[in-house]
Ligand binder design. Structure first.
Ligand code: ACO
Length: 317
């Protein structure tokens, strides 16, 4: 992926590591600093767009502004040999970051964890299946000092699943209710890797229910949460229970007791047309306010007369 400026001062060596400070690699002095920063932003934005396009996403998961507002780390692989591109070219990138997640182990128990997550990964189309993805991934694993089975992967594509299977033998995914995929060994007590530098302390962050991912906008289901989905205007007006999230979260908070779905609310249900034969009192009661007077005067003297009438719907069926 080529750019109309020299990439060496922007990205430096073959591997460039960018964090939320978006510092370009070049050390040309303050006069050029602004230019380099702008060029780095352009590189990140273009890579994010290319990755989104390759994955068929409606909008990029990676951009310079997103990088600034998150503690993510971007590993950018640059072609330093300049084959056909005198200003250099970018081969691909890998974005990772720590995230607090609610995860399920094999037995279905909820576990709160803050693993390193693979958030975005892209190698230029013309260079895929040449080993560059592995080179990037390997560099990241070494730099972050993490084992591949300790990673959580945010909604991996088929290509990424094949990649993880081929290079790291990861195939037995442990089912999760969020978009993240973890693999066998994630919770195991395999020998821990040498201690890594802990991530900088950050203010206590609230864990969103089931840890919404970077790619949450990709969810197909656009149903509003319970109880807002109970509107009779919805298709057929039939009672639809909303997202299980509030219910699952409550289960979680109540210490793993059996799930209790939210109570069904009574609502007005249109009655099936039905004929019946009311007494004079029943007939009269429909035509209030004269009914009381009518009944008091005539009911004792008249026998009941058949009268077809549809019943009224009741509340609380
Ligand atoms: N179809 C199936 N498997 C593929 C494909 C493909 N088109 N491309 C790569 N792979 C897998 C295969 O296992 C392949 O091995 P094989 O050629 O023997 O079948 C292996 O990856 C190749 O490994 P590398 O060459 O090291 O990987 P590559 O440089 O191709 O990078 C990557 C892998 C990043 C997944 C790349 O294919 C890519 O950019 N794909 C498009 C974007 C994408 O899907 N990104 C992941 C999004 S999900 C996320 O980021 C959390």
């Amino acid at each position: 992926m080529e750019f109309p400026f020299d990439l060496a001062p922007v990205l430096g060596d073959r591997f460039c590591v960018v964090d939320q400070h978006l510092r370009p690699a070049g050390r040309r002095g303050p006069a050029h600093r602004g230019d380099l920063e702008q060029q780095l932003r352009t590189v990140i934005d273009e890579l994010g767009k290319a990755s989104a396009k390759a994955q068929g996403l409606p909008s990029p998961v990676t951009s310079a502004s997103r990088m600034e507002t998150n503690r993510h780390v971007l590993y950018i692989l640059r072609d330093t040999e300049g084959r056909g591109a005198p200003k250099g070219a970018v081969i691909g990138f890998l974005k990772v970051g720590y995230k607090k997640l609610f995860l399920l182990d094999r037995s279905g128990a909820h576990i709160e964890a803050e693993p390193l997550c693979v958030l975005d990964f892209y190698v230029h189309e013309s260079l895929q299946r040449h080993g560059y993805g592995r080179e990037l991934f390997h560099h990241m694993l070494q730099s972050e000092r993490v084992e591949p089975w300790r990673l959580a992967v945010d909604r991996p594509s088929g290509k990424l699943l094949a990649f993880l299977h081929k290079h790291y033998g990861l195939e037995d995914a442990i089912p999760q209710v969020n978009n993240f995929v973890i693999f066998e060994g994630f919770f195991s007590n395999r020998p821990a890797p040498p201690p890594r530098r802990p991530p900088p302390k950050r203010p206590e962050e609230q864990i969103k229910p089931y840890s919404l991912s970077e790619r949450d906008f990709l969810r197909e289901e656009a149903e509003p949460p319970w109880p807002f989905n109970l509107s009779p205007a919805r298709a057929g007006g039939s009672p639809v229970r909303g997202s299980l999230r509030p219910f699952l979260l409550r289960r979680d908070l109540e210490g793993g007791t059996d799930p209790v779905p939210p109570p069904r609310r009574s609502r007005w249900v249109p009655p099936a047309p039905r004929a019946f034969f009311p007494t004079w009192r029943g007939f009269a009661s429909i035509f209030t306010p004269f009914s009381s007077l009518f009944c008091a005067l005539f009911y004792p003297t008249f026998p009941p007369i058949p009268f077809p009438c549809s019943s009224l719907g009741r509340v609380g069926r």
